[in-house]
Design a protein around this ligand. Structure first.
Ligand code: DQA
Length: 157
């Protein structure tokens, strides 16, 4: 596991942040808009990149657990400074994702668009949170921005 030593960074710090979206998150904007909103992710990401022009915000989405694990392995040893992970339903089920996050060096923030604690009980449990530096949920798409902000504010390593 990573050790936690927080060191504040200036706001102009250049960072490479890998955003990873798991299953069904390719349908944002169409999928249950009363829960996940009407905004599509590509437009949101464009705005986010405009907001952080000094940083590199990389994006990957997959509906397959193995591909999410492969991406974590790929960026988790020096290729990114931080990971923003919305693992979707795999959050609640995947020991394999937990192990992948434990295996790599790059700090990850678990995020959710919805407040999972206000929803069905099976969504209250996260199997991956223990391997993340923090968890943000319930702020709509802004949860991603808050996670980017958290990673920019703190260099963890
Ligand atoms: C989600 C919450 C999960 O419980 C759900 O399975 C998702 C999306 C969210 O962003 O609110 O797919 O991760």
């Amino acid at each position: 596991m990573f050790s936690l030593s927080l060191q504040r960074k200036g706001i102009d710090t250049q960072m490479k942040i890998q955003i990873i979206n798991g299953p069904n998150l390719n349908l944002l904007g169409k999928r249950e808009p009363s829960i996940y909103g009407k905004g599509d992710f590509p437009s949101f990401l464009e705005n986010l990149r405009r907001r952080y022009p000094q940083d590199e915000l990389l994006y990957f989405q997959s509906n397959s657990e193995g591909e999410l694990i492969d991406k974590i392995h790929e960026v988790g040893f020096g290729k990114a400074d931080g990971i923003v992970l919305n693992a979707g339903a795999y959050t609640h089920t995947s020991v394999a994702l937990l192990d992948a996050l434990k295996a790599v060096e790059t700090p990850a923030v678990e995020i959710h668009i919805s407040n999972v604690h206000q929803r069905e009980e099976f969504r209250h449990k996260s199997l991956i949170a223990a391997a993340c530096v923090g968890v943000i949920c319930g702020f709509g798409l802004d949860s991603y921005r808050l996670a980017v902000e958290a990673l920019r504010e703190a260099s963890i390593g």
